[in-house]
Design a protein. Structure first.
Length: 141
């Protein structure tokens, strides 16, 4: 008697779909460039400070800043998110510390910015460390 597994229809197996280029991981910033930035031998082309902005304001400011910087030929920009305010006694907002610091990397990896963002990495200590990000922009839009 044949087994039931052989009689049951087999589902068609589709090959895995390749990731579109727009969703591939971002390239890291070269170690040599990070050393030069840290020592002051290389400079960023432009800086955006998001301190004091709401999430919505910061997201809009970041998008506009990156597109303008790319159009102006900037290759490397610094985005300052801050590390989040001091802990508060208000338990309702305690989990909201560092919202921009947490969300900015996700925004920078979003499909709408992948056309211009080549890489994103935490800044060196001289440029703000964990409270700032280096963003490398593509040369051609």
């Amino acid at each position: 008697m044949p087994s039931l597994a052989r009689l049951a229809p087999q589902p068609e197996i589709e090959p895995p779909k390749p990731k579109p280029a727009s969703l591939a991981p971002l390239a890291p910033i070269e170690r040599r460039l990070k050393r030069r930035l840290s020592s002051g031998k290389a400079q960023v082309d432009d800086v955006l400070d998001l301190h004091g902005l709401t999430q919505a304001q910061a997201h809009r400011a970041l998008n506009g800043f990156l597109w303008r910087s790319a159009e102006n030929g900037a290759k490397l920009v610094l985005v300052i998110t801050g590390k989040g305010g001091p802990p508060s006694d208000d338990h309702v907002h305690a989990a909201e510390r560092g919202v921009l610091r947490r969300n900015a990397p996700h925004w920078l990896r979003a499909p709408e910015l992948r056309a211009i963002v080549l890489s994103v990495e935490e800044a060196t200590r001289t440029h703000g460390g964990a409270g700032a990000l280096y963003v490398r922009l593509r040369r051609r839009i």
